[in-house]
Design a protein around this ligand. Structure first.
Ligand code: BGC
Length: 526
Protein backbone atom coordinates (compact mmCIF):
# COMPACT_ATOMS: atom_id res chain seq x y z
CA UNK A 1 0.00 0.00 0.00
CA UNK A 2 1.27 3.50 -0.77
CA UNK A 3 1.94 5.56 2.40
CA UNK A 4 -0.92 8.04 1.76
CA UNK A 5 -3.52 5.31 1.08
CA UNK A 6 -2.29 3.32 4.05
CA UNK A 7 -2.61 6.41 6.28
CA UNK A 8 -6.14 7.02 5.04
CA UNK A 9 -7.02 3.38 5.65
CA UNK A 10 -5.81 3.65 9.23
CA UNK A 11 -7.74 6.86 9.73
CA UNK A 12 -10.92 5.17 8.53
CA UNK A 13 -10.35 2.13 10.78
CA UNK A 14 -9.72 4.37 13.74
CA UNK A 15 -12.85 6.35 12.89
CA UNK A 16 -15.11 3.27 12.81
CA UNK A 17 -13.61 1.95 16.03
CA UNK A 18 -14.17 5.34 17.64
CA UNK A 19 -17.84 5.34 16.62
CA UNK A 20 -18.38 1.92 18.13
CA UNK A 21 -16.56 2.82 21.35
CA UNK A 22 -18.38 6.08 21.62
CA UNK A 23 -21.80 4.54 21.02
CA UNK A 24 -21.08 1.86 23.57
CA UNK A 25 -20.36 4.55 26.10
CA UNK A 26 -23.82 6.02 25.19
CA UNK A 27 -22.52 9.56 25.05
CA UNK A 28 -24.70 12.34 23.74
CA UNK A 29 -25.01 12.44 19.97
CA UNK A 30 -23.19 15.75 19.87
CA UNK A 31 -20.32 14.42 21.94
CA UNK A 32 -20.08 11.44 19.60
CA UNK A 33 -19.79 13.73 16.62
CA UNK A 34 -17.37 16.11 18.26
CA UNK A 35 -15.09 13.42 19.59
CA UNK A 36 -14.76 11.54 16.37
CA UNK A 37 -15.42 14.23 13.84
CA UNK A 38 -13.64 13.76 10.62
CA UNK A 39 -14.06 15.55 7.34
CA UNK A 40 -16.72 13.94 5.13
CA UNK A 41 -14.26 14.14 2.25
CA UNK A 42 -11.77 11.98 4.14
CA UNK A 43 -14.55 9.47 4.77
CA UNK A 44 -15.15 9.28 1.07
CA UNK A 45 -11.48 8.57 0.58
CA UNK A 46 -10.68 11.88 -1.13
CA UNK A 47 -7.46 13.69 -0.43
CA UNK A 48 -7.76 16.85 1.67
CA UNK A 49 -4.99 19.04 2.88
CA UNK A 50 -4.51 18.09 6.54
CA UNK A 51 -4.79 21.62 7.91
CA UNK A 52 -7.76 22.40 5.66
CA UNK A 53 -9.52 19.25 6.90
CA UNK A 54 -8.96 20.24 10.49
CA UNK A 55 -10.20 23.76 9.88
CA UNK A 56 -13.29 22.42 8.19
CA UNK A 57 -13.85 19.92 11.00
CA UNK A 58 -13.62 22.65 13.58
CA UNK A 59 -16.18 24.77 11.78
CA UNK A 60 -18.48 21.78 11.58
CA UNK A 61 -18.26 20.97 15.28
CA UNK A 62 -18.45 24.63 16.27
CA UNK A 63 -21.62 24.99 14.27
CA UNK A 64 -23.22 22.03 16.00
CA UNK A 65 -22.20 23.38 19.40
CA UNK A 66 -23.76 26.68 18.44
CA UNK A 67 -27.01 24.93 17.50
CA UNK A 68 -27.03 23.17 20.84
CA UNK A 69 -26.37 26.47 22.65
CA UNK A 70 -29.17 28.28 20.80
CA UNK A 71 -31.73 25.64 21.76
CA UNK A 72 -30.37 24.97 25.24
CA UNK A 73 -32.09 27.73 27.21
CA UNK A 74 -35.51 26.32 26.42
CA UNK A 75 -34.54 22.97 28.01
CA UNK A 76 -34.17 24.26 31.55
CA UNK A 77 -37.08 23.76 33.94
CA UNK A 78 -36.80 27.37 35.13
CA UNK A 79 -37.28 28.61 31.54
CA UNK A 80 -40.26 26.29 31.10
CA UNK A 81 -41.79 27.53 34.37
CA UNK A 82 -41.39 31.13 33.16
CA UNK A 83 -42.94 30.24 29.80
CA UNK A 84 -45.86 28.43 31.47
CA UNK A 85 -46.47 31.46 33.74
CA UNK A 86 -46.35 33.83 30.77
CA UNK A 87 -48.76 31.70 28.79
CA UNK A 88 -51.07 31.40 31.80
CA UNK A 89 -51.26 35.22 31.93
CA UNK A 90 -52.02 35.43 28.21
CA UNK A 91 -54.79 32.81 28.60
CA UNK A 92 -56.31 34.89 31.42
CA UNK A 93 -56.33 38.04 29.29
CA UNK A 94 -57.97 36.21 26.40
CA UNK A 95 -60.78 34.94 28.65
CA UNK A 96 -61.84 38.54 28.94
CA UNK A 97 -61.77 40.03 25.50
CA UNK A 98 -60.04 38.11 22.73
CA UNK A 99 -62.48 37.09 19.98
CA UNK A 100 -59.90 34.80 18.30
CA UNK A 101 -59.10 32.30 21.04
CA UNK A 102 -60.30 30.86 24.38
CA UNK A 103 -63.52 30.20 22.50
CA UNK A 104 -66.32 28.67 24.59
CA UNK A 105 -68.20 25.98 22.68
CA UNK A 106 -71.86 25.16 23.29
CA UNK A 107 -70.95 21.82 24.89
CA UNK A 108 -71.53 22.39 28.56
CA UNK A 109 -72.15 18.77 29.41
CA UNK A 110 -69.67 15.99 28.99
CA UNK A 111 -70.93 12.69 27.55
CA UNK A 112 -72.38 10.19 30.00
CA UNK A 113 -71.01 7.21 28.09
CA UNK A 114 -74.53 5.92 27.37
CA UNK A 115 -74.92 7.69 24.03
CA UNK A 116 -75.88 5.32 21.20
CA UNK A 117 -76.60 5.37 17.48
CA UNK A 118 -75.04 5.39 14.01
CA UNK A 119 -73.76 8.69 12.70
CA UNK A 120 -71.86 10.12 9.77
CA UNK A 121 -68.70 11.77 11.08
CA UNK A 122 -66.65 14.27 9.07
CA UNK A 123 -63.09 15.19 9.94
CA UNK A 124 -61.68 18.20 8.10
CA UNK A 125 -57.98 18.09 8.98
CA UNK A 126 -54.90 19.95 7.78
CA UNK A 127 -54.12 17.49 4.99
CA UNK A 128 -57.01 14.99 4.80
CA UNK A 129 -60.78 15.03 4.71
CA UNK A 130 -62.16 11.87 6.26
CA UNK A 131 -65.71 10.62 6.17
CA UNK A 132 -66.84 7.81 8.38
CA UNK A 133 -69.92 5.92 9.47
CA UNK A 134 -69.64 5.36 13.20
CA UNK A 135 -71.65 3.29 15.60
CA UNK A 136 -71.69 4.18 19.29
CA UNK A 137 -72.88 1.34 21.50
CA UNK A 138 -72.48 2.85 24.98
CA UNK A 139 -70.08 2.05 27.77
CA UNK A 140 -71.90 -1.05 28.92
CA UNK A 141 -70.47 -2.86 25.88
CA UNK A 142 -66.94 -2.64 27.24
CA UNK A 143 -64.36 -2.97 24.51
CA UNK A 144 -67.06 -2.39 21.84
CA UNK A 145 -68.19 1.11 22.80
CA UNK A 146 -67.34 2.51 19.36
CA UNK A 147 -67.09 0.90 15.91
CA UNK A 148 -65.97 2.43 12.65
CA UNK A 149 -68.29 0.85 10.06
CA UNK A 150 -66.86 2.66 7.05
CA UNK A 151 -64.02 5.11 6.54
CA UNK A 152 -62.93 7.03 3.46
CA UNK A 153 -59.97 9.34 3.42
CA UNK A 154 -59.46 12.05 0.78
CA UNK A 155 -56.21 13.93 0.48
CA UNK A 156 -56.49 17.71 0.67
CA UNK A 157 -53.91 18.60 -1.93
CA UNK A 158 -52.34 22.04 -2.34
CA UNK A 159 -54.84 22.68 -5.17
CA UNK A 160 -57.79 21.84 -2.91
CA UNK A 161 -56.37 24.06 -0.16
CA UNK A 162 -56.38 26.89 -2.66
CA UNK A 163 -60.11 26.52 -3.45
CA UNK A 164 -61.69 29.76 -2.36
CA UNK A 165 -65.00 30.13 -0.49
CA UNK A 166 -67.88 27.79 -1.39
CA UNK A 167 -65.73 25.96 -3.95
CA UNK A 168 -63.99 24.22 -1.08
CA UNK A 169 -67.29 23.23 0.56
CA UNK A 170 -68.65 21.98 -2.78
CA UNK A 171 -65.52 19.83 -3.05
CA UNK A 172 -66.30 18.41 0.41
CA UNK A 173 -69.92 17.66 -0.59
CA UNK A 174 -68.72 15.89 -3.75
CA UNK A 175 -66.45 13.63 -1.68
CA UNK A 176 -69.36 12.89 0.66
CA UNK A 177 -71.44 11.97 -2.40
CA UNK A 178 -68.70 9.50 -3.39
CA UNK A 179 -68.62 7.91 0.05
CA UNK A 180 -72.40 7.63 0.22
CA UNK A 181 -72.75 6.39 -3.38
CA UNK A 182 -74.50 3.05 -3.54
CA UNK A 183 -76.06 3.60 -0.12
CA UNK A 184 -79.70 4.50 0.19
CA UNK A 185 -79.03 6.47 3.33
CA UNK A 186 -77.89 9.93 2.55
CA UNK A 187 -79.52 10.03 -0.91
CA UNK A 188 -83.11 8.82 -0.51
CA UNK A 189 -85.05 12.03 0.13
CA UNK A 190 -88.13 10.09 1.29
CA UNK A 191 -86.16 8.94 4.37
CA UNK A 192 -85.15 11.08 7.37
CA UNK A 193 -81.77 12.73 6.70
CA UNK A 194 -78.58 11.04 7.88
CA UNK A 195 -77.40 12.72 11.08
CA UNK A 196 -73.91 14.16 10.80
CA UNK A 197 -71.24 15.59 13.10
CA UNK A 198 -68.14 17.45 11.97
CA UNK A 199 -64.74 17.92 13.51
CA UNK A 200 -63.23 21.14 12.16
CA UNK A 201 -59.51 21.71 12.70
CA UNK A 202 -59.71 25.48 12.45
CA UNK A 203 -61.02 28.22 14.71
CA UNK A 204 -64.78 28.72 14.85
CA UNK A 205 -67.03 30.99 16.91
CA UNK A 206 -69.85 28.67 17.99
CA UNK A 207 -73.36 30.06 17.81
CA UNK A 208 -75.11 26.78 18.66
CA UNK A 209 -74.13 23.11 18.79
CA UNK A 210 -74.72 22.82 15.05
CA UNK A 211 -73.47 26.18 13.90
CA UNK A 212 -70.62 28.58 14.20
CA UNK A 213 -69.16 31.57 12.47
CA UNK A 214 -66.24 30.91 10.19
CA UNK A 215 -63.03 32.58 11.40
CA UNK A 216 -59.67 32.97 9.66
CA UNK A 217 -58.07 29.65 8.71
CA UNK A 218 -54.38 28.75 8.96
CA UNK A 219 -52.54 25.77 7.38
CA UNK A 220 -52.61 27.37 3.92
CA UNK A 221 -56.40 27.07 3.39
CA UNK A 222 -58.27 29.71 1.39
CA UNK A 223 -61.79 28.34 2.07
CA UNK A 224 -62.68 31.21 4.42
CA UNK A 225 -62.07 33.67 1.59
CA UNK A 226 -65.13 35.93 1.36
CA UNK A 227 -66.99 33.84 3.95
CA UNK A 228 -65.52 35.04 7.25
CA UNK A 229 -68.28 35.62 9.79
CA UNK A 230 -70.78 33.46 7.90
CA UNK A 231 -72.41 30.39 9.36
CA UNK A 232 -70.27 27.32 8.70
CA UNK A 233 -73.21 24.93 9.29
CA UNK A 234 -75.35 26.68 6.66
CA UNK A 235 -72.51 26.84 4.15
CA UNK A 236 -71.94 23.08 4.39
CA UNK A 237 -75.64 22.26 4.43
CA UNK A 238 -76.14 24.28 1.24
CA UNK A 239 -73.25 22.60 -0.55
CA UNK A 240 -74.73 19.20 0.42
CA UNK A 241 -78.17 20.20 -0.89
CA UNK A 242 -76.64 21.30 -4.19
CA UNK A 243 -75.14 17.81 -4.52
CA UNK A 244 -78.47 16.13 -3.68
CA UNK A 245 -77.34 14.70 -0.35
CA UNK A 246 -79.98 13.91 2.25
CA UNK A 247 -77.87 14.72 5.32
CA UNK A 248 -78.26 17.03 8.27
CA UNK A 249 -75.30 18.57 10.07
CA UNK A 250 -76.26 18.38 13.75
CA UNK A 251 -72.96 19.16 15.46
CA UNK A 252 -69.78 21.07 14.72
CA UNK A 253 -66.80 20.83 17.06
CA UNK A 254 -63.21 21.89 16.84
CA UNK A 255 -60.88 18.86 16.60
CA UNK A 256 -59.45 19.57 20.06
CA UNK A 257 -62.96 19.52 21.59
CA UNK A 258 -63.70 16.36 19.59
CA UNK A 259 -60.66 14.74 21.19
CA UNK A 260 -61.86 15.70 24.65
CA UNK A 261 -65.38 14.39 23.92
CA UNK A 262 -64.12 11.11 22.46
CA UNK A 263 -62.08 10.31 25.58
CA UNK A 264 -64.72 11.60 27.99
CA UNK A 265 -67.17 9.15 26.35
CA UNK A 266 -64.95 6.35 27.67
CA UNK A 267 -63.66 8.00 30.85
CA UNK A 268 -65.80 10.73 32.37
CA UNK A 269 -62.91 12.17 34.39
CA UNK A 270 -61.27 13.60 31.21
CA UNK A 271 -61.06 17.40 31.28
CA UNK A 272 -58.21 18.21 28.87
CA UNK A 273 -57.27 17.37 25.28
CA UNK A 274 -54.24 18.10 23.13
CA UNK A 275 -53.80 17.91 19.37
CA UNK A 276 -50.40 18.05 17.73
CA UNK A 277 -50.19 17.24 14.04
CA UNK A 278 -50.02 19.79 11.22
CA UNK A 279 -51.43 22.24 13.78
CA UNK A 280 -51.57 22.45 17.54
CA UNK A 281 -54.44 23.04 19.93
CA UNK A 282 -55.88 22.21 23.34
CA UNK A 283 -59.41 21.97 24.71
CA UNK A 284 -60.27 22.34 28.38
CA UNK A 285 -63.44 21.96 30.41
CA UNK A 286 -63.60 25.22 32.39
CA UNK A 287 -66.07 26.89 34.73
CA UNK A 288 -68.13 29.56 32.93
CA UNK A 289 -67.62 32.20 35.64
CA UNK A 290 -64.06 32.95 34.53
CA UNK A 291 -65.18 34.36 31.14
CA UNK A 292 -66.36 37.89 30.51
CA UNK A 293 -69.95 37.80 29.25
CA UNK A 294 -69.20 39.16 25.72
CA UNK A 295 -67.13 36.02 25.13
CA UNK A 296 -70.36 33.99 24.97
CA UNK A 297 -71.93 36.12 22.25
CA UNK A 298 -75.72 35.82 21.94
CA UNK A 299 -76.92 32.65 23.67
CA UNK A 300 -80.36 31.69 24.90
CA UNK A 301 -81.00 32.34 28.59
CA UNK A 302 -81.66 28.59 28.98
CA UNK A 303 -78.06 27.86 27.96
CA UNK A 304 -76.72 30.18 30.64
CA UNK A 305 -79.07 28.68 33.25
CA UNK A 306 -77.85 25.16 32.59
CA UNK A 307 -74.16 25.74 31.89
CA UNK A 308 -71.83 25.65 34.87
CA UNK A 309 -68.84 24.53 32.81
CA UNK A 310 -68.08 24.62 29.12
CA UNK A 311 -65.64 22.93 26.75
CA UNK A 312 -63.28 25.64 25.56
CA UNK A 313 -61.37 25.62 22.29
CA UNK A 314 -58.27 27.45 23.52
CA UNK A 315 -56.62 27.89 20.07
CA UNK A 316 -53.37 27.30 21.94
CA UNK A 317 -51.53 27.88 18.67
CA UNK A 318 -52.20 31.63 18.93
CA UNK A 319 -50.41 32.20 22.26
CA UNK A 320 -46.81 32.80 23.18
CA UNK A 321 -46.14 35.90 21.04
CA UNK A 322 -43.12 37.73 22.50
CA UNK A 323 -42.37 35.12 25.19
CA UNK A 324 -41.37 32.05 23.21
CA UNK A 325 -37.65 31.15 23.06
CA UNK A 326 -36.90 32.52 19.58
CA UNK A 327 -33.64 31.62 17.85
CA UNK A 328 -32.31 33.31 14.73
CA UNK A 329 -33.82 30.48 12.65
CA UNK A 330 -37.29 31.12 14.10
CA UNK A 331 -36.93 34.78 13.22
CA UNK A 332 -35.86 33.82 9.71
CA UNK A 333 -38.96 31.63 9.35
CA UNK A 334 -41.18 34.48 10.49
CA UNK A 335 -39.54 37.04 8.24
CA UNK A 336 -41.08 35.38 5.17
CA UNK A 337 -44.26 34.01 6.76
CA UNK A 338 -47.49 35.46 5.31
CA UNK A 339 -49.08 35.71 8.80
CA UNK A 340 -46.17 35.82 11.27
CA UNK A 341 -48.28 36.96 14.22
CA UNK A 342 -51.27 34.62 13.79
CA UNK A 343 -50.09 31.41 15.47
CA UNK A 344 -46.77 31.98 17.30
CA UNK A 345 -46.84 28.78 19.33
CA UNK A 346 -47.73 26.68 16.29
CA UNK A 347 -44.50 27.85 14.62
CA UNK A 348 -42.53 26.27 17.48
CA UNK A 349 -44.23 22.94 17.85
CA UNK A 350 -46.35 21.71 14.98
CA UNK A 351 -45.60 19.27 12.20
CA UNK A 352 -46.27 22.10 9.76
CA UNK A 353 -43.11 23.89 10.96
CA UNK A 354 -40.59 21.52 12.64
CA UNK A 355 -39.19 20.46 9.26
CA UNK A 356 -38.85 24.06 8.14
CA UNK A 357 -36.90 25.13 11.24
CA UNK A 358 -34.53 22.18 10.79
CA UNK A 359 -34.16 23.06 7.10
CA UNK A 360 -33.14 26.63 7.95
CA UNK A 361 -30.53 25.43 10.46
CA UNK A 362 -29.26 22.86 7.99
CA UNK A 363 -28.92 25.34 5.12
CA UNK A 364 -26.85 27.61 7.37
CA UNK A 365 -24.70 24.62 8.34
CA UNK A 366 -24.20 23.66 4.70
CA UNK A 367 -23.30 27.18 3.66
CA UNK A 368 -21.07 28.15 6.57
CA UNK A 369 -19.68 24.97 8.12
CA UNK A 370 -19.40 22.41 5.34
CA UNK A 371 -22.30 20.15 6.35
CA UNK A 372 -23.28 17.80 3.52
CA UNK A 373 -19.95 18.63 1.88
CA UNK A 374 -21.16 22.22 1.42
CA UNK A 375 -23.68 21.10 -1.22
CA UNK A 376 -27.38 21.98 -0.85
CA UNK A 377 -29.38 19.03 -2.23
CA UNK A 378 -31.41 20.24 -5.23
CA UNK A 379 -34.79 21.55 -4.11
CA UNK A 380 -33.86 21.80 -0.44
CA UNK A 381 -33.36 25.55 -0.83
CA UNK A 382 -37.15 25.78 -1.32
CA UNK A 383 -39.22 26.80 1.72
CA UNK A 384 -40.97 23.93 3.52
CA UNK A 385 -39.26 21.32 1.32
CA UNK A 386 -38.00 19.33 4.32
CA UNK A 387 -40.94 17.50 5.83
CA UNK A 388 -41.27 16.79 9.53
CA UNK A 389 -42.11 13.20 8.58
CA UNK A 390 -38.68 12.80 6.91
CA UNK A 391 -36.99 13.80 10.16
CA UNK A 392 -39.26 11.57 12.19
CA UNK A 393 -38.27 8.60 10.01
CA UNK A 394 -34.57 9.52 10.14
CA UNK A 395 -34.68 9.80 13.92
CA UNK A 396 -36.37 6.38 14.08
CA UNK A 397 -33.34 4.53 12.70
CA UNK A 398 -31.74 2.72 15.67
CA UNK A 399 -28.85 1.18 13.71
CA UNK A 400 -25.28 2.44 14.35
CA UNK A 401 -24.73 2.60 10.59
CA UNK A 402 -27.81 4.83 10.01
CA UNK A 403 -28.51 3.01 6.76
CA UNK A 404 -32.26 3.57 7.00
CA UNK A 405 -31.80 7.28 7.80
CA UNK A 406 -29.58 7.63 4.72
CA UNK A 407 -32.12 5.81 2.55
CA UNK A 408 -34.97 8.03 3.77
CA UNK A 409 -32.99 11.25 3.21
CA UNK A 410 -31.78 10.27 -0.27
CA UNK A 411 -35.20 9.04 -1.39
CA UNK A 412 -36.64 12.47 -0.62
CA UNK A 413 -33.61 14.64 -1.35
CA UNK A 414 -31.44 12.99 -3.99
CA UNK A 415 -28.10 14.73 -4.22
CA UNK A 416 -24.70 14.32 -5.82
CA UNK A 417 -22.97 14.44 -2.43
CA UNK A 418 -23.92 11.30 -0.52
CA UNK A 419 -24.33 12.38 3.13
CA UNK A 420 -21.61 10.95 5.34
CA UNK A 421 -22.31 9.25 8.65
CA UNK A 422 -21.36 12.48 10.42
CA UNK A 423 -23.78 14.43 8.20
CA UNK A 424 -26.60 12.08 9.15
CA UNK A 425 -25.71 12.39 12.81
CA UNK A 426 -25.73 16.15 12.42
CA UNK A 427 -29.17 16.23 10.77
CA UNK A 428 -30.50 13.99 13.53
CA UNK A 429 -28.91 16.17 16.17
CA UNK A 430 -30.49 19.33 14.75
CA UNK A 431 -33.87 17.61 14.40
CA UNK A 432 -33.75 16.29 17.95
CA UNK A 433 -32.93 19.76 19.32
CA UNK A 434 -35.88 21.30 17.47
CA UNK A 435 -38.25 18.48 18.45
CA UNK A 436 -37.15 18.46 22.08
CA UNK A 437 -37.72 22.18 22.36
CA UNK A 438 -41.18 21.69 20.83
CA UNK A 439 -42.06 19.02 23.39
CA UNK A 440 -41.06 21.42 26.18
CA UNK A 441 -43.09 24.30 24.76
CA UNK A 442 -46.10 21.98 24.50
CA UNK A 443 -45.55 20.83 28.09
CA UNK A 444 -45.43 24.48 29.23
CA UNK A 445 -48.69 25.24 27.38
CA UNK A 446 -50.41 22.22 28.94
CA UNK A 447 -49.11 23.10 32.39
CA UNK A 448 -50.26 26.72 31.98
CA UNK A 449 -53.77 25.49 31.17
CA UNK A 450 -53.71 23.08 34.10
CA UNK A 451 -52.75 25.93 36.42
CA UNK A 452 -55.49 28.11 34.94
CA UNK A 453 -58.11 25.42 35.62
CA UNK A 454 -56.82 24.73 39.14
CA UNK A 455 -57.07 28.42 39.97
CA UNK A 456 -60.53 28.72 38.40
CA UNK A 457 -61.74 25.75 40.44
CA UNK A 458 -59.94 26.92 43.58
CA UNK A 459 -57.79 23.78 43.74
CA UNK A 460 -54.18 23.91 44.88
CA UNK A 461 -51.75 21.94 42.71
CA UNK A 462 -51.01 19.57 45.60
CA UNK A 463 -54.73 18.74 45.97
CA UNK A 464 -55.38 18.41 42.25
CA UNK A 465 -56.65 14.93 41.42
CA UNK A 466 -55.13 12.76 38.71
CA UNK A 467 -55.71 14.61 35.44
CA UNK A 468 -56.07 12.91 32.07
CA UNK A 469 -54.98 14.82 28.98
CA UNK A 470 -56.37 13.03 25.93
CA UNK A 471 -54.01 13.44 23.00
CA UNK A 472 -54.00 12.82 19.28
CA UNK A 473 -52.06 13.98 16.23
CA UNK A 474 -49.21 12.69 14.10
CA UNK A 475 -46.36 14.45 15.94
CA UNK A 476 -47.41 13.30 19.42
CA UNK A 477 -48.19 9.84 18.12
CA UNK A 478 -45.29 9.18 15.78
CA UNK A 479 -42.31 11.49 16.30
CA UNK A 480 -39.72 9.38 18.18
CA UNK A 481 -39.64 10.20 21.91
CA UNK A 482 -41.84 13.27 21.52
CA UNK A 483 -44.64 12.18 23.82
CA UNK A 484 -42.29 10.82 26.48
CA UNK A 485 -40.17 14.04 26.45
CA UNK A 486 -43.31 16.10 26.72
CA UNK A 487 -44.56 13.95 29.62
CA UNK A 488 -41.21 14.20 31.45
CA UNK A 489 -41.11 17.98 31.14
CA UNK A 490 -44.75 18.20 32.18
CA UNK A 491 -43.91 16.12 35.26
CA UNK A 492 -41.09 18.53 36.16
CA UNK A 493 -43.40 21.52 35.73
CA UNK A 494 -46.16 19.95 37.84
CA UNK A 495 -43.60 19.16 40.53
CA UNK A 496 -42.13 22.68 40.38
CA UNK A 497 -45.60 24.11 41.06
CA UNK A 498 -46.17 21.89 44.09
CA UNK A 499 -48.08 19.05 42.40
CA UNK A 500 -47.25 15.38 42.36
CA UNK A 501 -45.07 14.02 39.56
CA UNK A 502 -47.18 11.97 37.14
CA UNK A 503 -50.48 13.49 38.28
CA UNK A 504 -51.06 15.06 34.86
CA UNK A 505 -50.99 12.24 32.36
CA UNK A 506 -51.03 12.25 28.57
CA UNK A 507 -53.30 9.44 27.35
CA UNK A 508 -53.82 8.46 23.74
CA UNK A 509 -57.27 9.06 22.25
CA UNK A 510 -57.57 6.87 19.18
CA UNK A 511 -59.40 8.25 16.12
CA UNK A 512 -60.47 11.12 18.34
CA UNK A 513 -61.63 13.57 15.64
CA UNK A 514 -64.08 11.16 14.03
CA UNK A 515 -65.27 9.54 17.24
CA UNK A 516 -65.58 12.94 18.94
CA UNK A 517 -67.68 14.24 16.04
CA UNK A 518 -70.01 11.23 16.43
CA UNK A 519 -70.17 11.68 20.22
CA UNK A 520 -70.99 15.37 19.72
CA UNK A 521 -74.03 14.49 17.55
CA UNK A 522 -75.10 11.76 19.96
CA UNK A 523 -74.94 14.26 22.85
CA UNK A 524 -77.51 16.48 21.12
CA UNK A 525 -79.78 13.51 20.62
CA UNK A 526 -78.70 12.72 17.04
C1 BGC B 1 -56.10 25.40 14.35
C2 BGC B 1 -56.96 24.76 15.42
C3 BGC B 1 -56.81 23.25 15.35
C4 BGC B 1 -55.35 22.86 15.43
C5 BGC B 1 -55.13 21.36 15.36
C6 BGC B 1 -54.66 24.91 14.47
O1 BGC B 1 -53.89 25.42 13.43
O2 BGC B 1 -56.14 26.81 14.46
O3 BGC B 1 -58.31 25.13 15.29
O4 BGC B 1 -57.53 22.68 16.41
O5 BGC B 1 -54.63 23.49 14.39
O6 BGC B 1 -55.64 20.79 14.21
Amino acid sequence: MQPLISAMYKVRQAFIAAIVRSLLRTKSVLQTILNIWISPTILKGEHVDRNGGQREGKMYSEFLREVEREFKSSRETSSLVALSDGLRLQFGESLLDNPMNMLPSYNHQLPTGDERGTFLALDVGGSTFRISLIELSGQKREGFETSILKLDSYKITQDVKKLKGVLFFDWMAERMGETLAGQNEGHDMSKPPLSMGMSWSFPIEQTSLRSGLLLGMGKGFLAAHGLIGQDLGDIIQESCSRKGLNVRLNAIVNDSSATLLSKAYLDQTTRFALILGTGVNAAVHLPVHIFSSPKFGERPASWHEEAKHVIVNTELSMFGGGILPYTRWDRELLSVHPRPEFQPLEHFVSGGYLGEIVRLVLIEGIQTAGLLGGVIPPGLEKEYSLETETLSLMECDPSPTLTKALEVFLSRHPTTHTPSHADLQAIRLIASQVAYRASGVLAAGTHGLWQLRNEAEGISPSDSSHTLVAYNGSVLENYPNFRSSCQRQLDSLVEASGGERGSVELVYAEESSLLGAAVAVACVGG
